[in-house]
Design a binder for this molecule. Structure first.
Ligand code: ZN
Length: 149
């Protein structure tokens, strides 16, 4: 493991142990439940929208370290962002976790999301890392239950 991979793993473990924005929002504008049956991850996303700005976002549920830390990091990044910005970040994240292993990323360009670059090596883990994002998308589209398969 390289130094940077070790650092990323530490960040993931920290967010898993002390998830940010963990819990429900009473009177959320929209919410959705996501389920990854391959791993058993269950993530719920709650959003408060102020126009098209995400003024608050929280998540609850249970799952593996990757799924939980992804929910924690995603909610940290998205608070205060617009829906368009959130969708653009989802596109970026999706590219990061599904790109070829030999594609180099500029970590500065990805900010906190860069910690998930290593997930590419483990295809089964891509669903864990993406669950919070797919659930967010579902919440923004009206909140049906999503299953990542
Ligand atoms: Zn998982």
């Amino acid at each position: 493991m390289t130094e940077i991979q070790a650092l990323y793993q530490q960040v993931i473990l920290d967010h898993n142990k002390n998830p940010r924005n963990f819990g429900e929002i009473d009177h959320a504008t929209c919410s959705a439940a996501g389920h990854n049956p391959l791993c058993g991850d269950q993530i719920n996303i709650y959003l408060t929208l102020d126009g098209d700005v995400i003024s608050d976002i929280r998540f609850s549920g249970s799952g593996c370290a990757i799924a939980k830390s992804s929910g924690s990091i995603m909610t940290s990044i998205l608070k205060g962002k617009t829906i368009d910005e959130a969708e653009a970040l989802f596109g970026k994240f999706h590219h990061l976790v599904t790109a070829d292993m030999d594609e180099e990323f500029d970590a500065d360009d990805f900010g906190k999301l860069a910690v998930f670059a290593g997930v590419r090596e483990f295809p089964a883990r891509v669903k864990c890392a993406s669950l919070a994002w797919h659930t967010l998308k579902s919440a923004l589209e009206g909140g049906q239950i999503v299953t990542t398969e």
